[in-house]
Structure formats: structure tokens, C-alpha cells
Write a protein that binds this ligand. Structure first.
Ligand SMILES: [Zn+2]
Length: 217
């Protein structure tokens, strides 16, 4: 059975790191919207060219184009045995479109990584970025030297506490209807993201095992 996983979680919950780790361990692609959007634009598929035109006008890519790009990516051969989706859907309309894309495929397992807001603010407001190459330190990592190029790590300027609080507010406004949309499904799980990376990874695997055969009895 294909392992079709959707990871939800606020900024600072370590969602990207967990998605990446899990995908690597299971040998399935991690599909993050930022990456596939760039890829579609670069490869110049029809939908990619439409996305580029929108972005060149300085506008945000609309649902229809984003959904098209996700569909194109999920239809590729390497996603047949499963995938980890990260950053999509962001809205109920996108979630409905994803259900339509998933029709006839194995069920979607939805894992929501939750972290108390206070802790997110602490993690995000202390996040560091490399002065030289722009690499972000993982949330909670306060090293002073870049792991990639050895450059100096400084605090991200956009991560002041007020900015962080605003980002979290936007996230909650957007994600609450989405969580509501998925919550009642037998394939939905919520896990505690306020633990070490390893514990969260273990809980993520356990949640997926618990869902087992996709929630079918
Ligand atoms: Zn660096």
C-alpha cells in the first residue's frame, strides 16, 4: 500500500525537518509547495508557465494553479508508492481539490504536529540564519557557526516577537478550518511537537503505524 502522508503544523513546529527525515527513511518523495512551484517554473510545463506569469506580475499563485502543480507532481511515477506532502493544502478549497486528486488512490494519512504558542514564539524568535549563505538553522538550534559554510549565524531580522506572533495568528486563522476538515477522519492524528526532534519523529512513525491500513477497520 502506498504511504500518502500529509504533515500539518505551524511555523516553528519542525514540520519541514520531520517531513524530510520521514521521506528519506521511507524512500518516498517529500513534496513541498515551494520546491514544486520552483521546479514547475524551471521545467516550463504549461501550468509552470502560468505560475511564472502570475509571479512575474508580483501576484500570489492562485488556488487553481497551485492545485494544478500539485496534481502534476503527485501524478509522477515516484509518488505512486507514496509521498510526504508539506505546505499544501493551506485552505479547505485546496483540501477538497486534493481529495479529488486522491480519488482512487490509497487514503491520505494526516498528521498534525502541534506545539504550544509560547514555545513556538521562543523557537522562532531565536532562530538563526547564516550571514554568508543564508542557511536557516533548525528551530531551536542556537549554534554560532553555519553548518554548511562556516559563516557567522545571526538572528533572522524578520523573526522579532511581533512578527512571529503575527505569522502564528495568520497560520491559525488559515489552519483551523483545515484541521476541522480532517479531524473526524480515521486517518487523522495529532502529535506533540513540543518534544525533541527524535521523539517527534518516533511519534510520527507510531501515528502512521496506528493508522495502519489507512484507517480501514
Ligand atoms: Zn553559511
Amino acid at each position: 500500500m502506498a504511504l500518502n502522508l500529509l504533515v500539518l503544523g505551524p511555523p516553528g513546529a519542525g514540520k519541514g525537518t520531520q517531513a524530510e527525515r520521514f521521506a528519506r527513511r521511507r524512500g518516498i518523495p517529500r513534496i513541498s509547495t515551494g520546491d514544486i512551484l520552483r521546479e514547475a517554473v524551471q521545467t516550463g510545463t504549461e501550468i509552470g508557465r502560468r505560475a511564472k506569469a502570475i509571479m512575474d506580475r508580483g501576484e500570489l499563485v492562485n488556488d487553481e494553479v497551485m492545485i494544478g502543480i500539485v496534481k502534476e507532481r503527485l501524478d509522477r511515477e515516484d509518488a505512486r508508492s507514496g509521498f510526504v506532502l508539506d505546505g499544501f493544502p493551506r485552505t479547505v478549497a485546496q483540501a477538497e481539490a486534493l481529495d479529488a486528486i486522491m480519488a482512487g488512490r490509497d487514503p491520505l494519512v494526516v498528521v498534525d504536529i502541534t506545539v504550544p504558542e509560547q514555545q513556538l514564539v521562543r523557537r522562532l524568535a531565536s532562530r538563526m540564519i547564516c550571514e554568508a549563505c543564508g542557511t536557516n538553522a533548525p528551530a531551536g538550534d542556537a549554534s554560532t557557526q553555519c553548518g554548511r559554510c562556516g559563516g557567522r549565524m545571526v538572528q533572522r531580522t524578520d523573526d522579532s516577537e511581533a512578527v512571529v506572533l503575527e505569522r502564528l495568528k495568520v497560520y491559525h486563522r488559515q489552519s483551523e478550518p483545515l484541521v476541522e476538515y480532517y479531524r473526524s477522519r480515521p486517518t487523522y492524528r495529532s502529535i506533540d511537537g513540543a518534544q525533541t526532534m527524535d521523539r517527534v519523529a518516533a511519534d510520527l512513525s507510531a501515528a502512521i503505524e496506528a493508522v495502519g491500513n489507512g484507517g480501514r477497520p
